[in-house]
Design a binder for this molecule. Sequence first.
Ligand code: MD3
Ligand code: FE
Length: 211
Amino acid sequence: MTEIEYNANNRPDPQEIRGFLHYASWLTPDEQARILADLREIVARAPLFSPVLSSGKVMSVRMTSAGRFGWIADRNGYRYSPVHPSGTPWPEIPASIQKIWEAILPEARPPESCLINFYSENAKMGLHQDRDEADFSQPVLSISLGDDGRFRIGSSTRGGSTQSLWLRSGDVMVMGDEARLCYHGIDKIAAGTSPLMRNGGRVNITLRVVT
Ligand code: MD3
Ligand code: FE
């Protein structure tokens, strides 16, 4: 099978919104399908699970990971772990995903975690900060696939105004500098807006440096 090559120079430039760089339609439909096929192999080896927060609440987003570390949550709290809840190491980050990071962020350290979030029609992710990583100078990159998701962006302190932005299949976002510690979440999925997945839903992939 031919490897995907991404060249950031012949792709759309990003729009900046509150320090977030939004690369709309950065991936072609063929590239999205290839990434999805690679995700299916990951999910076959590291099944999606529903994290349970220490409050006892079950997250509506199902997750799994690839790479050196994955994000897990159980009654001992949430953290990065080198193994899936089943005890097996996470699959490797596929080249189809890792090469997006290398094309857009050639100066950054290599990603150590690839978190895969699956949203069915009614799933949401409440406003939160991502602060479990050791080096906030390193950016986070997110890839959206499938149905549209409404992304809500706040500031780096709780409260204050928020803004929203629809993320669509093939969009890439980069959170660095001021955006890195902003509150953010997904408050709505627009079912039936993408033909990519036969049964609908939204997938978000985030690449991070953890250590
Ligand atoms: C801003 N995921 O996994 S992606 C998450 O669509 C997460 O599944 C959402 O928030 C999703 O933590 C939003 C955009 C995103 C990802 C990571 C960030 C925004 C971020 C880290 C820091 C700041
Ligand atoms: Fe987040």
